[in-house]
Ligand binder design. Structure first.
Ligand code: ADP
Ligand code: MG
Length: 320
């Protein structure tokens, strides 16, 4: 089967239709209508085989994750996702691989209302790139800048589970089969917080998605906002699996392992009731983990409220 027939079979014929897509797959470029009074929001991410994922990784998970990382970036802007383009660089064409990859991609695209409107396919070292566009109400999108002194710092979901999966894979932990399954799901099939991001428009003062670990990503938010922060480690939202291995994991896995794809955001204290309400309505746990300060640094405080130093060097050993 040639390239065009393959694109059609696995991608063109499977994408959802959106009424705002004027020209989709099949022409030289895609054309879409951006809703009136809104701004276009764009993100792109490359996943390179052997670097961002194991070449032997399940293609369904690769298809999911390639889109998920971009959905997470758009969520952090408070954007509504709409249209994706897909770059596929493949060493050889395997229909089994393409079938599973597109299953993973479209299952997630469907859940978030995303249409695939184009892409490019080439032969070469395995690389997958997704470009995702969406929109925000004009000049109301969330940014990393905007956090103010005394704002609360929040984190959605739980952090560290993907890191637990990597440590389990490295043989550093003994988990039950159910625990292994749970943490590997978090690593392979992250659930971007699209709805939460949109609901934070007009509520959060700043936001970032967690891809490199809370310490680094919150650090970016603080730097962009020109403020500091204090985080109480015992308030970090951790899963049952994490908490049952807390002694061995310590705090670094929750702070620095990455691949969480949760949102970290700030809001003034008067928004607390609204945020609690959002957590209930969306069924998304939201933890208040700290506060924004005037100094330009991130201070981590342990259970005794003593300063905690992240063991960066020691950590690298576990991250992939
Ligand atoms: P061109 O040479 O004009 O770039 P292509 O042969 O690359 O055309 O693509 C033909 C059509 O198929 C285009 O509409 C393009 O967007 C789409 N397409 C190509 N590869 C992919 C892909 N991996 N996923 C989705 N659409 C694709
Ligand atoms: Mg092309």
């Amino acid at each position: 089967m040639d390239e065009f027939a393959l694109i059609d079979k696995y991608f063109g014929g499977r994408t959802r239709m959106r009424p705002d897509v004027c020209v989709g797959i099949g022409d030289d470029a895609a054309v879409v209508d951006v809703p009136r009074g809104h701004q276009l929001v764009m993100a792109v991410d490359a996943l390179v085989g052997g670097v961002h994922f194991d070449e032997a990784a399940a293609p369904r998970a690769i298809g999911h994750k390639a889109l998920a990382v971009n959905l997470s970036d758009l969520a952090a802007m408070g954007a509504t996702p709409g249209w994706a383009t897909l770059l596929l660089v493949l060493p050889s064409v395997s229909e089994v691989w393409l079938g599973a990859f597109s299953d993973g991609f479209f299952a997630l695209a469907e859940r978030h209302g995303v249409a695939l409107v184009g892409g490019d396919t080439a032969r070469g070292p395995l690389t997958v790139g997704v470009q995702l566009s969406g929109w925000v109400p004009a000049n109301r999108g969330l940014r990393r800048s905007g956090a103010g002194v005394n704002d609360d710092i929040y984190v959605s979901g739980t952090v560290g589970d993907a890191g637990v999966a990597l440590r389990q894979r490295a043989g550093a932990l003994s988990l039950t089969a159910a625990q292994i399954e749970a943490v590997h799901r978090r690593l392979d099939f992250p659930c971007p917080r699209t709805q939460l991001g949109q609901c934070l428009l007009g509520v959060a003062t700043a936001a970032i998605d967690l891809s490199d670990g809370l310490a680094a990503d919150l650090g970016h938010l603080l730097a962009a906002s020109g403020v500091g922060g204090r985080v109480y480690l015992d308030r970090l939202p951790r899963s049952e699996v994490y908490r049952s291995h807390q002694i061995k994991l310590g705090w670094d896995t929750a702070l620095a392992s990455g691949d969480d794809y949760e949102l970290c955001f700030t809001a003034p204290p008067q928004k607390r009731p609204r945020i609690e309400q959002l957590a209930r309505e969306l069924g998304v746990p939201i933890a208040r983990v700290g506060v924004i300060t005037a100094g330009g640094a991130l201070h981590l405080l342990d259970e005794q409220r003593s300063p905690y130093a992240l063991n960066h060097a020691g950590y690298k050993h576990f991250s992939s």
